[in-house]
Ligand binder design. Structure first.
Ligand SMILES: [Zn+2]
Ligand SMILES: [Zn+2]
Length: 357
């Protein structure tokens, strides 16, 4: 395992910069906010740790990219910025989500509330879910996994037509696997940053996806008639487990982060780290490092403490005092499955401790 350890000075410059105007901006932040952000360059910080590389197939080893510090982000003339007229984040669900226990509606509400806490101050709106047939996209059966896949670029074309006037961005999400072109095996997602659009699939975040018993495998179909979408009727989509919810929250906020102009983080462990495979993406934390947090704060303008409180509120949603009937519903899966967020919750509490000192 390799540790990417930057010096205090490098991290400090990445966060604050040496530009007088930006240093001044930093000095004008609330002192408790600076206390938390300064954790970025405390060598023994328990909140923010150096990135570790576990193999050659990890993102940073296999995709060398330039770094992006706060100053580069701040001065990037090409990044999209939310404005008072265009500030909403739209999410378009495509195809069905969940099994019989948890409806698409519940799951979408959890994702919406999570994104509203993460992008604190912006509103997140879920569009009415549409069946795959609505998008007129091409689809196929993947020859290795034998499951259905839909064409990512066609979905982007569909989203472009649907993007509302007040949208900062629109992202499509689906539980069906995606492919970008015939010759490719699959893709997790595809985005157009200049147009503020993206499409992402959570299909491969189901723990069972790569197993031979995956329920989405089609038994016999070889060639599908191109306009017959009935193959999607009742097609298997994974159960919404706590782990799947955690993975989807991470992916969605990471990808929307790119639309805000945040590049892959190479400073500290951070949700904006690139990831090449599921194990690596599970290793990344749920939230931002201080350098990326400052970028997002400058794009949106939230109070850091309020944002963490909102994240905690989402993870906490009170289950005590629930009556017997509701408790029964909990076992049916209608309450938010937050078990997988336990560690993240403890981490947010520690951040709030620093902010409330
Ligand atoms: Zn990325
Ligand atoms: Zn970061």
């Amino acid at each position: 395992m390799k540790v990417i350890k930057h010096s205090e000075q490098i991290l400090k410059t990445a966060l604050i910069s040496k530009n007088t105007q930006l240093v001044k901006l930093y000095e004008n932040l609330e002192s408790r906010e600076k206390c938390l952000l300064n954790e970025a360059f405390q060598p023994d910080s328990v909140l923010f740790r150096p990135i570790t590389l576990h193999s050659e197939s990890d993102w940073i080893s296999s995709h060398p990219e330039p770094t992006q510090d706060f100053e580069q982000f701040y001065n990037d003339p090409y990044r999209s910025r939310p404005t008072s007229q265009k500030s909403a984040i739209y999410v378009q669900p495509i195809g069905s989500f969940g099994d019989t226990k948890v409806s698409t509606e519940d799951y979408m509400k959890w994702l919406k509330d999570y994104c509203e806490a993460f992008y604190y101050g912006l509103s997140v709106k879920i569009l009415e879910p549409v069946p795959v047939s609505h998008t007129s996209c091409a689809f196929r059966v993947n020859e290795y996994t034998c499951n259905l896949q839909i064409h990512a670029g066609d979905l982007l074309k569909y989203l472009k037509k649907k993007k509302p006037e007040d949208a900062f961005c629109i992202v499509g999400i689906t539980m069906i696997d995606l492919y970008p072109r015939e010759s490719w095996n699959f893709v997790f997602g595809q985005a157009s940053l200049t147009e503020g659009m993206g499409i992402f699939s959570f299909a491969r975040y189901d723990s069972d996806f790569y197993s031979a018993s995956y329920k989405g495998r089609l038994k016999r179909v070889k060639k599908l008639p191109s306009a017959d979408y009935s193959v999607f009727d009742g097609y298997y989509t994974p159960v919404i487990s706590s782990l799947l919810l955690l993975r989807s929250c991470k992916t969605l906020t990471h990808e929307i982060g790119h639309i805000f102009g945040l590049h892959h983080c190479q400073w500290l462990q951070c949700v904006m780290q690139g990831s090449n495979h599921l194990e690596e993406s599970d290793r990344r934390p749920l939230d931002l490092c201080p350098i990326c947090l400052r970028k997002l704060q400058s794009a949106i303008g939230f109070h850091i403490v309020e944002r963490y409180q909102a994240l905690l509120g989402w993870m906490d949603e009170d289950r005590s005092g629930m009556d017997a009937e509701l408790r029964n519903e909990a076992t049916m899966g209608l309450l938010k499955p937050v078990e997988a967020f336990k560690e993240c919750r403890e981490w947010v509490l520690k951040c709030l401790d620093v902010l409330q000192k």
